[in-house]
Ligand binder design. Structure first.
Ligand code: DGJ
Length: 730
C-alpha cells in the first residue's frame, strides 16, 4: 500500500506512483519534513534532518532550542515558537495571545480519500486508488487539535494535502491563519513559475529565480482571479519542458489564496499554499471544526510537460464529475459576441436556424434575457424572463430551438445584484456592504451576500423556476466583479472576517445543489472570462470559459498557460468573428478552428452575418473537431512551441494513451521571407513503432525518427496560418 509507518524511527513514507513523500516525528514531538521527490527504496531517510548537527536537539541542549525551532524543516509550521520563517498556522487564544504549539499526537491510515466538508476536492473512484494518512497534532494549552491529511494516489505522481482544525477545549479560539500545505526544500536553487495576467490575457506564464526572502502570488479579490492563478511550480533552475525536477502546486479553491516561497538564511526553501490570511479570521467555538481546502502536489522528474500531464490525468479522472466527465461536449453557438445585449427571440431563432443546418448542436442565450436588461446596468437578481425581448416566453423559444434539432443553454450570474433591480429594491441589505459607507459599483453591480442561506435559497428558487419551465440543457454561470466593502449584515462582529471564506462556501453550496438537482445539465463556469479557472470550479463544472479574448493568436498564450495544470478538455474555447472584438486582429477561419479545437469548441459569432466562405467552412470544421475530439479529451497533451519564448510560431500535440495515433497542430504566427521549412520534433510517440501521416500512408517513419529529427512543416504563406497533421501507427 502507498503509506508505510516505520515504528522504529517514527517516520512515514507515502508512495504515489514514482514519487515519494516522507515525514517524521522529530525530537520534541514536532513533525518534520524529510523528503519529497523521486521514489526511493529506503524507509528511513531521517538522516536528512541533520539532527546530529549543531544546533542540537531540544533534549540535548535546551539553550539552543530557539535555533532548533528556526531550522527544523517543519511539516506544518506554527506562529510564535521561534520559527521565524513564514508559518502555516496561527491562532489567537482566549487571552489574546497568538503563540501556537502543535505537537504530534497520533496517526491513522485509511484506504481511499475522505471528502472535505463543504469543499470541492479530488476523490478516489475506488478505495484502492488512494490511501490517506491523517496525522493529529495537538496544542494542549489552546485546546486545539489539527488533523493533517495526506493522500497518496497509487497510479499518479500526486500527493494531496489539507488540514482540519478542531476546538477540543472549553474556550473560544480564533484561527488567524490556516494554510493547507507547507513543504521544505533543501535548496534555494529553484525557479518559481506562476500564471499571471489580467482580463482577456489570463494565465500568462512567468518564470523567476528564487531569491532570499519571501516571494508570493495571491488573490484578495474574493475569487481566484484573472491576475494570479492558484498554481505554482517550483523547479530546478535547468528544468525545461521535458527534463528536470518540477514540483507543481494547485489550490482546489476559488477565493482568496496565497502561494508563497521563502528562501531562508541557510539557503533552504519553504513553500506554502492556502487561504489568504489577510483579512481572514475564523472563530472556533468549543466542539467546532474548520476544514482548509485541498492543495494538489505533483512531482515530475521529467520537466513541466510530465507535471502537466499528471495534473490533467488527475483532474480528468479524480476531480471532474457528472454526465459530461468523459463525453464529447455539444458544439454550441453563443450569442454574446454575435449580439451582445441587442437581441430578441426572433433573432436567436434565426441564428439557430442557420446554425442547425451547419451541424451546430446547441444555442446558448447569453446575458440580457431577464428583468429589463438591455445593457449591463440593470436586472441582476431578477431572474425572470424579459418578455419584451423573449416574446412568447422562454419555453416557446426553447421549443423552437429544440424543434430545429438543437439543445438550448442559458446564462446566469447568480451571485450578483444590480442596484436597478426589483431584488435590490426589496432587499438592499442582501448586498455585501459596510453599513454607513457607499458601496463600490463595478460593472454597475454589487455582490450578493452568499454567506446567507436565505439569499442563496431565494436566488436558487428563481433559477429553478426558469430551469423547470423549459428544456434547458446547459448553464453558463458567470461572475463579473470582485468583492469590496466585505462585511455582512447577517454575521456578528466577531465573525465578520469569515465572510470571504463563507462567501466561497456559499457559492459551492449552490453549485452543489444545482448539479445534484439537475444532473443532466452541462454547467460551464465563467468569471469575466477566466477569473475563476481553478480546480474548485472544475469539481462542479467539467468546463470553464478560458478568456473573453477569443482571438486565435492571443489564445495560443492563454491556452498554453492554462494547460500547465488544467486539462484541455476543460477549456472553453470558441471560434469568433473577425476582426476580433478584443484585439481587432483578423486571422484565417481555419486557424480559429484549429485553436478552438484544443478546448471544448463552439462558435461565438452571428452565423447569419459572417462571410459566406466562413459559413461554408463550418460543416467541415465540425467534422474535423469530431474526428479528433476523443483524442484531445483523453490523450496526453504535449506542448512543443512556447509563445512566451518564441512568438513566431506555436505547436502542440495530443498522443493517444496507447500511442496508436497523434494529432500535431502548428500555427505560424508570423511569416518571414526566405526561410527554409521549419522542422519540428514530435513528442510522446512509441520510438519503436512506425507511423505514417494520414494523407501520405505510403511514407512511414519510426517514432524515434519523428521525435529525434522531426517533421518538415512545409511552406505556409501568410501570418496566422495553421496546419494539422495526423500520425497513425502503421
Ligand atoms: C463575461 C463573460 O466572460 C462573457 O462571455 C459574457 O458572458 C459576458 N460576461 C456577459 O455579460
Amino acid at each position: 500500500m502507498p503509506i508505510f509507518y516505520n515504528e522504529k524511527n517514527r517516520s512515514f513514507k507515502l508512495t504515489a506512483k514514482d514519487t515519494c513523500y516522507m515525514l517524521a516525528v522529530a525530537p520534541g514531538e514536532y513533525l518534520a519534513h524529510v523528503y519529497f521527490g523521486k521514489a526511493l527504496p529506503d524507509d528511513d531517510l531521517n538522516y536528512l534532518l541533520r539532527l546530529d548537527e549543531n544546533p542540537f536537539t531540544p533534549e540535548t541542549n535546551d539553550r539552543d532550542r530557539a535555533v532548533y525551532m528556526d531550522t527544523l524543516p517543519f511539516e506544518y509550521p506554527c506562529h510564535g515558537l521561534g520559527d521565524y520563517r513564514e508559518h502555516a498556522f496561527a491562532i489567537e487564544d482566549k487571552k489574546g495571545a497568538t503563540t501556537c504549539d502543535l505537537r504530534y499526537k497520533s496517526y491513522r491510515i485509511e484506504d481511499g480519500k475522505p471528502a472535505l466538508e463543504g469543499l470541492p476536492a479530488t476523490f478516489a473512484n475506488t478505495p484502492d486508488e488512494a490511501q490517506t494518512l491523517i496525522i493529529t497534532m495537538e496544542d494542549k494549552a489552546a485546546g486545539l487539535e489539527v488533523d493533517l491529511l495526506y493522500t497518496a494516489f497509487a497510479d499518479l505522481d500526486v500527493i494531496t494535502r489539507s488540514a482540519v482544525v478542531r476546538n477540543v477545549g472549553g474556550d473560544n479560539v480564533t484561527i488567524k491563519r490556516v494554510y493547507s500545505a507547507a513543504v521544505e526544500f533543501d535548496s534555494e536553487k529553484m525557479d518559481m513559475i506562476t500564471l499571471n495576467g489580467s482580463w482577456a490575457r489570463e494565465r500568462a506564464l512567468e518564470r523567476c529565480r528564487l531569491h532570499h526572502g519571501k516571494q508570493l502570488i495571491d488573490s484578495m479579490r474574493g475569487e481566484s482571479s484573472h491576475q494570479n492563478n492558484p498554481f505554482t511550480a517550483l523547479c530546478a533552475n535547468n528544468a525545461d519542458e521535458d527534463s528536470g525536477e518540477v514540483y507543481g502546486f494547485n489550490f482546489v479553491y476559488s477565493g482568496n489564496f496565497v502561494s508563497e516561497a521563502e528562501v531562508t538564511q541557510h539557503k533552504k526553501t519553504r513553500y506554502l499554499m492556502g487561504i489568504n490570511s489577510t483579512d481572514f479570521e475564523w472563530l472556533l467555538e468549543p466542539g467546532e471544526a474548520f476544514t482548509a481546502p485541498e492543495v494538489v502536489m505533483v512531482y515530475s522528474d521529467k520537466g513541466l510537460g510530465k507535471m502537466s500531464r499528471t495534473f490533467h490525468d488527475l483532474y480528468r479522472q479524480n476531480l471532474i464529475r457528472g454526465e459530461y466527465k468523459d463525453k464529447r461536449r455539444p458544439i454550441l453557438i453563443n450569442n454574446w459576441e454575435a449580439t451582445y445585449f441587442n437581441f430578441t427571440a426572433e433573432k436567436l431563432v434565426q441564428i439557430a436556424e442557420q446554425a442547425s443546418k451547419l451541424g451546430i448542436e446547441m444555442l446558448v442565450m447569453d446575458d440580457g434575457w431577464f428583468g429589463h436588461r438591455d445593457s449591463d446596468n440593470s436586472s441582476l437578481g431578477d431572474w425572470f424572463v424579459y418578455e419584451k425581448k423573449i416574446e412568447g416566453g422562454l419555453k416557446a423559444l426553447v421549443d423552437k430551438v429544440n424543434a430545429l434539432g438543437m439543445k438550448f443553454g442559458i446564462w446566469f450570474e447568480p451571485e450578483m445584484i444590480s442596484p436597478d433591480s426589483e431584488l435590490y429594491k426589496a432587499h438592499p441589505d442582501w448586498a455585501i456592504q459596510v453599513k454607513g459607507r457607499p458601496l463600490t459599483l463595478c460593472r454597475e453591480q454589487y455582490v450578493l451576500d452568499y454567506s446567507r442561506k436565505d439569499v442563496r435559497d431565494y436566488i436558487y428558487g428563481m433559477m429553478r423556476k426558469i430551469l423547470d419551465n423549459a428544456n434547458i440543457e446547459y448553464i453558463k454561470w458567470d461572475m463579473n466583479r470582485q468583492l469590496t466593502e466585505v462585511a455582512s449584515n447577517a454575521l456578528p462582529r466577531e465573525r465578520q472576517r469569515e465572510l470571504w471564506h463563507r462567501y466561497v462556501l456559499g457559492v459551492y453550496d449552490l453549485m452543489n445543489r444545482l448539479t445534484t438537482d439537475y444532473p443532466h445539465i452541462l454547467l460551464e463556469n465563467c468569471s469575466g472570462g477566466g477569473a475563476r479557472f481553478d480546480p474548485g470550479m472544475l469539481y462542479f463544472s467539467p468546463q470553464i470559459w478560458c478568456s473573453d479574448d477569443t482571438d486565435a493568436i492571443e489564445r495560443l498564450k492563454i491556452q498554453y498557460g492554462t494547460s500547465m495544470c488544467y486539462p484541455c478538455s476543460a477549456m472553453g474555447a470558441h471560434v469568433s468573428d473577425c476582426p476580433n472584438h478584443t484585439v481587432g486582429r483578423s486571422t484565417p477561419f481555419t486557424t480559429r478552428g484549429h485553436v478552438a479545437m484544443v478546448g471544448t469548441f463552439g462558435y461565438e459569432l452571428d452565423v447569419t452575418k459572417i462571410p459566406q466562405s466562413d459559413r461554408d467552412a463550418i460543416p467541415a470544421q465540425i467534422a474535423e473537431f469530431n474526428k479528433y475530439n476523443a483524442l484531445v479529451r483523453t490523450g496526453d497533451h504535449y506542448r512543443i512551441g512556447n509563445m512566451f519564448e518564441d512568438n513566431l510560431w506555436d505547436a502542440w500535440e495530443f498522443v493517444a494513451k496507447d500511442k496508436s495515433e497523434a494529432l500535431f497542430e502548428f500555427v505560424q504566427v508570423m511569416c518571414r521571407p526566405n526561410e527554409r521549412s521549419r522542422r519540428i520534433k514530435l513528442k510522446g510517440l512509441d520510438p519503436e513503432a512506425y507511423y505514417y501521416e494520414e494523407s501520405t500512408p505510403e511514407v512511414k517513419h519510426s517514432g524515434a525518427a519523428l521525435m529525434q529529427c522531426g517533421v518538415n512543416i512545409g511552406g505556409l504563406w501568410g501570418d496566422y496560418q495553421s496546419k494539422i497533421m495526423h500520425f497513425i501507427k502503421a
